[in-house]
Design a protein around this ligand. Sequence first.
Ligand SMILES: [Zn+2]
Length: 205
Amino acid sequence: MGTSPLIFGVSLALVQGLFGGSAPRTGLTPRVRGARLYNGTMAERLWAPWRFQYIEAKETPGCIFVELPRQDTDRENLILHRGQFAFVMLNAFPYTNGHLLVAPYKHTANLSELDDAEHLEIGRLVTAGVRWIEDAYRPDGFNIGVNLGRAAGAGIPTHVHWHIVPRWNGDTNFMTTIGEVRVLPQSLEESYDRLVAARDRDQSL
Ligand SMILES: [Zn+2]
């Protein structure tokens, strides 16, 4: 799908490192619409494809935040919105349903290399992304932030990007409480369509 497995590492570091909280190991939320519960071996079998997708994902040559916007397959690339200086996309390996990334088109690792117009639009896109997720998923809270540098947990340290991670009450202890129970993630395609609908209802951009 042309996405990088490195994104997953970013989101892990984001929640576990920068924001200090213990995160749901599966990256799932118990509030997945239509979620089905499984146990034991079945859980492993159903869960495996998602993990294999991560393990086997091919790395995109070059920088995904440059390469993906150059293509015209936004749904396939999970690009949700294109602004003038920055864009919004779903994380291909989301930590929770609706996990968004906001990145400038400019390939830079440094906040200081973004000008005022870029910072302004990124701020507006982060704000809009929160609104879209609130509309589509009704989360209880958000983690929003940037990991600068590999030491800070950035999986793609060469291109600065913002994470918007919706959170739900109890999403850190659900799995340990329930034990073997697993919840199927909402598909990325369904997440994309729900967020596109929310974006289209939003008249602010
Ligand atoms: Zn880049």
